[in-house]
Design a protein around this ligand. Structure first.
Ligand SMILES: Nc1nc2c(ncn2[C@@H]2O[C@H](COP(=O)(O)OP(=O)(O)O)[C@@H](O)[C@H]2O)c(=O)[nH]1
Ligand SMILES: [Mg+2]
Length: 317
C-alpha cells in the first residue's frame, strides 16, 4: 500500500493503518515527512495526560483503571507506554501489556508501547509525534506513561496538558522527593500502594511540601492516596483531572500552555537544524581544524578561536 492509501484508511478509523503509520514514524522512514504534514494539520482536539513516577510504582495499573473509568465519558482513548526496555528485551514491555491486558478488549482503547532505549528524559524518541498521530486519529484522551528518572522528566510536562506524578511509600521521605524536582512539574500528585506501610507519612509530608511550594500559585496540586490494584482512589483521581482541565479552561491557560510547547519545539528544532547545517559546511569543518591547532599551540585563546568561527558562519548556506 502507498502512504496515501494508508492515510485514507487512517482517516476511516482503521487501527491497523494507525499502527502502521506509527511504526513508519518511529523508524523515521522516508515517508515520515508526508505523514507528519498530514498529521500536523489535524491535531489539537485531544486532551493529553502524562503519568510519571518510578518504575514499578503502579503507573500502568493506574492507567488501566483510569482508562476504564474514562470510557464511560469518552469513546476514544489512546495510551502510550514509554518503556525502558531495549527493543531486544521484551520482558518489561510484556509486563505493561499484561497489566493493560483487560483494556485490550475494550473498544475505543488503543495502546502502544514504545522503547525509551536509554533516553535521558524517560520518554521514547518520537513520543510527541505518536501522541499527535493518536490525536489526529480521533482519540479524545491520550495518556502517556513515562518513567520518572530524576530532574529530566520535566519534558513530559511540556508534552501534556495535565501531569500526574506518582509516588509510592518506598519513594523515601518528602525532602528527597522535593530535591528530585518532581514537585515542580506535577499538577496532581498520587501516593499509590497506599495499602503499604509508610503511605500515610509520605502523604502528609508531600501535602505539606506541596502546600508550601504552591503558596503563591493559583493551582494548588492535590495529593491523592490510591491503591491501583484495588481500584481505590481512581474516582478521585479522575475528578482531579477534570478539575485541572476546568482550571486550565477557565483561566485561558490551555491555549497558552500549548502555545508555549509549540514555541519550545520550534526553538529546539531550529537550533538543531542550525547546528547540523553548520557542521555540514566544509568551510566550517576546515576552519575548525585550523582553530584547534592554533589554540593547541597557544597562538590564540579559545575565545579568539570562537570569534574566528563565528565570522565564518555568515558564509554558510
Ligand atoms: N500493593 C500494591 N501493589 C500495586 C498497587 N498498584 C500496582 N501494584 C503492583 O505493582 C507492580 C508494578 O505495577 P505497574 O503498574 O507495572 O508499575 P509501573 O512500572 O509504574 O507501570 C505490579 O505488580 C502491580 O500489581 C497498589 O496499589 N498496591
Ligand atoms: Mg508501566
Amino acid at each position: 500500500m502507498t502512504i496515501k492509501e494508508y492515510l485514507k484508511k487512517f482517516e476511516e478509523g482503521d487501527e491497523r493503518a494507525l499502527s502502521k503509520i506509527i511504526t513508519i514514524i518511529e523508524n523515521g522512514y522516508e515517508e515520515s515527512k508526508e505523514i507528519l504534514e498530514y498529521i500536523g494539520k489535524r491535531t489539537g482536539k485531544a486532551y493529553r495526560i502524562g503519568i510519571t513516577g518510578p518504575q514499578g510504582s503502579g503507573k500502568s495499573t493506574l492507567i488501566a483503571k483510569l482508562a476504564k473509568r474514562l470510557l464511560s465519558k469518552f469513546k476514544e482513548i489512546g495510551i502510550i507506554a514509554c518503556d525502558p526496555s531495549s527493543p531486544f528485551s521484551f520482558g518489561a514491555l510484556l509486563g505493561d501489556r499484561i497489566r493493560m491486558n483487560e483494556l485490550f478488549l475494550e473498544k475505543g482503547i488503543f495502546i502502544r508501547s514504545m522503547a525509551t532505549r536509554g533516553s535521558l528524559n524517560g520518554l521514547a524518541y518520537k513520543t510527541k509525534e505518536v501522541a499527535d498521530i493518536l490525536d489526529a486519529f480521533g482519540k479524545e484522551i491520550i495518556i502517556i506513561e513515562t518513567i520518572g528518572v530524576g530532574q529530566v522528566e520535566v519534558e513530559i510536562s511540556n508534552l501534556v496538558d495535565t501531569t500526574i506524578v506518582v509516588f509510592v511509600p518506598e519513594s523515601g521521605d518528602g525532602i528527597q522527593v522535593l530535591k528530585a524536582g518532581l514537585t515542580e512539574i506535577g499538577d496532581i500528585f498520587v501516593v499509590n500502594k497506599s495499602d503499604r506501610i509508610g503511605a500515610d507519612i509520605l502523604f502528609y509530608e508531600l501535602k505539606n511540601l506541596i502546600e508550601m511550594s504552591y503558596q503563591n500559585s493559583k493551582w494548588k496540586p492535590p495529593v491523592i492516596l490510591t491503591q491501583a490494584v484495588n481500584n481505590y482512589g481512581i474516582e478521585e483521581l479522575e475528578k482531579e483531572i477534570i478539575n485541572h482541565y476546568n482550571y486550565l479552561i477557565e483561566n485561558n491557560l490551555l491555549e497558552e500552555k500549548r502555545k508555549k510547547a509549540v514555541i519550545r519545539e520550534l526553538v529546539n528544532n531550529f537550533e538543531n537544524e542550525i547546528l547540523k547545517i553548520l557542521w555540514q559546511s566544509e568551510r566550517v569543518k576546515k576552519l575548525f581544524e585550523k582553530v584547534v591547532e592554533e589554540v593547541w599551540e597557544k597562538k590564540i585563546t579559545i575565545e579568539e578561536g570562537v570569534k574566528k568561527l563565528i565570522k565564518e558562519v555568515k558564509y554558510v548556506k
